[in-house]
Design a protein around this ligand. Structure first.
Ligand code: ADE
Ligand code: ZN
Length: 341
């Protein structure tokens, strides 16, 4: 691979094609859109202005973020709201050269407020179809169960979602990690696997490496979301590398939720050096200070160990880890190779 001067790295990172595999679509709701939707739907927000809301985005841990994130999602009521939110994300993603995006959505956040799951899925699906038609961006939906709720509630959500089975490719597990280990959802994930759904789970973001192990062993996940705390267990790092288990790493999220003290201390270089299939993602870009390219650029700026070779590897890993066809992956890889030629 040709050497790229560090001054040229940001432009290379911005123009390389890439897949985004860890984005909570509710986490792409910008404060301006939150206020617009609140007005459209007659929802009263506990913040006086866009500025006051943005000023509240000072998080100390995952829970302090989730409290505000769920409050922001309370403005989503109609199919058009879900469409508008996802369409705004797809336009930003396309500008970042995202060629494929797999979107998490949290149905329980909406059904608990009386919104029908069909409203959620139809709105998101319509935006996905529009992204393919108008932006050439392919996408898929992954339904997440909220782990602070019961497994029974997850089963009920799965039941509600099954009439829309063809509109989502898999299930995930998100929300408050500590105290809610993967094994709490063993039965519902077994049922999802039987149904032929892809399975992923957040593990090792705030929770210990043991949660990553139970995501692998009990839930039999195909990707680990975050997973950064695996670095505390060298045997687990070797296991993840040997099985090419993808980790969807979210550097700006880790910084803003105080999982790492600074980007300079982020374990991404160590994960790549260990041969892990790590990818870079934005998690909740409206809350954490940037979309996918911002994550790439700031992370590479803070870590001199990361250069053009690692940029290529991260983009290639995102295609390898995507739930996409061999033909799609080959096409994206050829586009990537053209940028690095
Ligand atoms: N929901 C949205 N963002 C999340 C994160 N980073 N961890 C767990 N649950 C989430
Ligand atoms: Zn996440």
């Amino acid at each position: 691979m040709r050497d790229v001067p560090r001054t040229e790295l940001p432009a290379l990172l911005r123009r390389m094609p890439k897949a985004e595999l860890h984005i909570h679509i509710e986490g792409s709701l910008e404060p301006e859109l939150i206020f617009q939707l609140a007005q459209r739907n007659g929802v009263t927000l506990p913040y006086a202005s866009v500025e006051a809301l943005r000023a509240a985005y000072a998080f100390t841990d995952l829970q302090s973020f989730l409290d505000i994130y769920y409050a922001g999602a309370s403005v989503l009521l109609q199919e058009a709201d879900f469409h508008d939110m996802a369409w705004a994300y797809f336009q930003r993603a396309a500008a970042d050269r995202v060629v494929h995006a797999e979107l998490f959505f949290d149905p329980q956040t909406h059904t608990e407020r009386g919104v029908d799951i069909g409203v959620v899925i139809r709105g998101l699906r319509r935006a996905g179809e529009r992204a393919q038609a108008e932006l050439g961006l392919s996408s898929a939906l992954i339904l997440c169960f909220l782990r602070h709720l019961s497994e029974e509630a997850a089963f009920a959500t799965l039941e509600q979602a099954l009439p829309y089975r063809e509109h989502f490719i898999g299930v995930g597990l998100d929300s408050s990690e500590k105290g809610h280990p993967p094994e709490k959802f063993a039965r519902v994930f077994a049922r999802c696997r039987e149904l032929g759904l892809r399975v992923v789970a957040h593990a090792g973001e705030e929770g210990p490496p043991a949660y990553i192990e139970s995501a692998l062993d009990v839930l039999q996940v195909q990707r680990v979301d975050h997973g950064v705390r695996c670095v505390e267990d060298p045997a687990l790092v070797r296991r993840l590398a040997a099985m090419r288990m993808p980790l969807t790493v979210c550097p700006l999220s880790n910084l803003k939720l105080c999982v790492v003290k600074s980007l300079a201390e982020h374990p991404l270089p160590a994960l790549l050096a260990a041969g892990l299939c790590a990818t870079v993602n934005s998690d909740d870009p409206a809350y954490f200070g940037g979309y996918l390219n911002q994550n790439f650029v700031e992370t590479f700026e803070a870590l001199p160990q990361l250069g053009a070779r690692e940029a290529y590897t991260l983009a290639k890993n995102s295609f390898e880890a995507a739930f996409a066809t061999a033909e799609q992956k080959a096409r994206w890889t050829a586009q990537l190779d053209a940028v690095f030629a």
